[in-house]
Write a protein that binds this ligand. Structure first.
Ligand SMILES: Cc1cc2nc3c(=O)[nH]c(=O)nc-3n(C[C@H](O)[C@H](O)[C@H](O)COP(=O)(O)OP(=O)(O)OC[C@H]3O[C@@H](n4cnc5c(N)ncnc54)[C@H](O)[C@@H]3O)c2cc1C
Length: 373
């Protein structure tokens, strides 16, 4: 069985890349050991956020945000997207200074999406924040979407473009040939293709070893909670902090998704995560300090999912220096959901030998070479 491009991993990165390549005339097969959206792509907190991103990601995030508005056309679904401004709060003057500097830096680079706001605007956006808050930085165009709906929409769109998505099909062996790659799946079948894309999320570290191009991607299990319906509390605005870990996302049904950097112990091999109650307690405590009205909130659910992370917290996107024909798109370090549309586009460009819309130098796979050896 043959295709021009073999993509391992049917999450959003794999499917977004598959859609773009198929639209540009390539035959594509996607291998997914479970089902599309089973892992990070379908189980994240749905934040479509430009706010607070690493400077290296900003051109990508700003373009990706535009692509989110085009989803009804590009993947025949709005992916459940709605605008929920993301307001990063300053809890003291020193933090306010950090936010002012951040805006100055962004403006000097030509970006205007994050705006410093005074206490009046903070209270207009989020009337229930605690009295000690002094100001904030807001991205008015940030929003939230439905991760499972998005994952299903991308997989369905890929299917409509003629992409073959093999679900419950684990790639267990890869052979590099003079003409490309031979992949063997757990059911013993063999597939051939000229180009291979590693989009295996949390499994990218070990999968890249199998490919002879080891990457320092490590797995983590970001962990989230959801409150019961607290409709009046968020006023449609999602919150983050400057000096402490917390993200509060205003779901449309009135519940609040709580997270923002909390992680649980896990075993990637066995695909098990043990939610850490101490982490959840810590997040809840900060949540009440920031929004005192949430002291009566009930936590109705918590969950975690596997994610591939890198020490410098930006992804690996590019071609392998070791193995010709091999490309990686992984290590999104718990903020790849928003970036999926643009990553699909730039991946297709580099696979086809075109100039990517934005330079990918900061995401080079070999930037860690010294550390890997
Ligand atoms: C709890 C949580 C909250 C998050 N919140 C946000 C957020 O609010 N905003 C944001 O922008 N980002 C967020 N993220 C990050 C975002 O979800 C991820 O960066 C993004 O979904 C990564 O997509 P992916 O396709 O690389 O990975 P995945 O969706 O994990 O896809 C990789 C796929 O590869 C498959 N695979 C692995 N090995 C093999 C193999 N050998 N053979 C076949 N298939 C294989 C896996 O089964 C998996 O489905 C969050 C992540 C988590 C976990």
């Amino acid at each position: 069985m043959k295709a021009d491009v073999l993509i391992v991993g049917g999450g959003l990165m794999g499917c977004a890349t598959a859609i773009e390549l198929a639209r540009k005339g390539k035959s594509v097969t996607v291998f997914e050991k479970d089902v599309p959206g089973r892992h990070a792509s379908g189980n994240n907190s749905g934040g479509v956020r430009c706010q607070g991103r690493d400077l290296r990601e900003i051109p990508f995030a700003v373009e990706s945000r535009k692509m989110w508005d085009l989803h009804p056309k590009t993947v025949s679904s709005d992916c459940g997207f709605y605008v929920s401004p993301r307001l990063r709060l300053a809890e003291n003057d020193a933090e306010m200074e950090v936010l002012v500097k951040r805006q100055e830096k962004l403006n000097s680079l030509g970006y205007t999406h994050e705006v410093v706001v005074d206490l009046n605007e903070v209270r207009r956006l989020s009337p229930n924040v605690a009295d000690h808050v002094v100001g904030g930085l807001v991205c008015y165009t940030d929003g939230l979407a439905n991760p499972m709906l998005t994952s299903k929409a991308y997989a369905a769109a890929a299917g409509r473009e003629g992409v073959q998505i093999l679900t419950r099909t684990r790639v267990v062996e890869v052979q590099t040939m003079s003409w490309g790659f031979k992949l063997r799946t757990a059911d013993g079948k063999v597939y051939e293709g000229e180009t291979l894309i590693n989009a295996t999320g949390a499994w990218s570290g070990r999968f890249s070893e199998m490919l002879g191009d080891p990457l320092p991607v490590f797995s983590a299990a970001p962990t989230m909670m959801v409150t019961d319906r607290m409709a009046d509390m968020m006023n449609g605005t999602s919150l983050g902090l400057t000096g402490r870990l917390l993200g509060l996302m205003a779901a449309q049904n009135g519940t609040i998704i709580v997270g923002g950097g909390y992680r649980s112990p896990h075993d990637l091999e066995k695909e098990k995560i043990w939610i850490d109650p101490m982490q959840m307690t810590k997040a809840s405590k900060i949540m009440i300090e920031v929004l005192p009205g949430l002291k009566d909130a009930q936590m109705i659910r918590c969950w975690a999912a596997f994610e591939g992370c890198l020490a410098d917290k930006v992804p690996i996107v590019g071609s392998s220096k070791q193995v010709p024909g091999l490309f990686h798109v992984c290590g999104f370090s718990a903020h790849g959901f928003q970036l999926a549309p643009i990553m699909g586009r730039v991946m297709s460009q580099i696979v086809l030998g075109q100039q990517p819309d934005f330079p990918l130098d900061d995401f080079r796979p070999d930037r860690f070479e010294q550390k890997v050896k």
